[in-house]
Design a binder for this molecule. Structure first.
Ligand SMILES: [Zn+2]
Length: 170
């Protein structure tokens, strides 16, 4: 699960870096087109053509800031927040470890029917893990939590079915 998170974050990061590289390429090859494009956007945002021209002129003297500005304004990318695959994988691992422990809680308590409670606690743990991960993805808490819960339920059902087929009690 941590590996899956790492892969998806890495892929996302690579895609964003590729877009940045393409933008840099445009800035190198068609600086005038890029300048007028940015000026159009600034004029639409309410600046006068004169101000827009001065902004784009000043930016074109600063390659680093210029790429940053184009990325934000044209692509909607914040180059400083491309996402960290390592962080996402670490969070996923911790969430998974907690998720694996929570269902054991009913067995530690003097309660009547642990099986039912185990299922309930498992569901809650899955939902909480998914909801926690939503912090690092564009998805909402409810979406992430529900998705994690459904994936977990399907995985559990498959495990029990396969376990039943090969005669192992789960
Ligand atoms: Zn551009």
């Amino acid at each position: 699960m941590a590996a899956g998170e790492w892969i998806s974050m890495t892929a996302q990061r690579e895609a964003l870096e590729q877009e940045l590289a393409r933008e840099q390429d445009h800035l190198d090859r068609y600086p005038e087109d890029e300048r007028s494009h940015i000026e159009d956007i600034l004029v639409k945002a309410g600046l006068t053509a004169d101000t827009a021209s001065r902004v784009s002129s000043e930016l074109s003297d600063k390659p680093r800031e210029n790429l940053d500005f184009h990325a934000r304004v044209e692509l909607g990318i914040d180059p400083e927040e491309l996402g960290s695959p390592v962080l996402a994988a670490g969070v996923s691992f911790v969430a998974f470890a907690i998720g694996a422990l929570v269902p054991l809680i009913p067995w530690l308590l003097p309660l009547g029917t642990p099986m039912l409670l185990t299922g309930l606690f498992s569901g809650l743990a899955l939902f909480a893990a998914g909801a926690g991960l939503s912090r690092f993805t564009p998805r909402g808490v409810l979406y992430s939590g529900t998705r994690q819960l459904l994936v977990g339920v399907v995985a559990a059902a498959l495990t029990m079915t396969i376990g039943g087929m090969v005669g192992v009690s789960v």
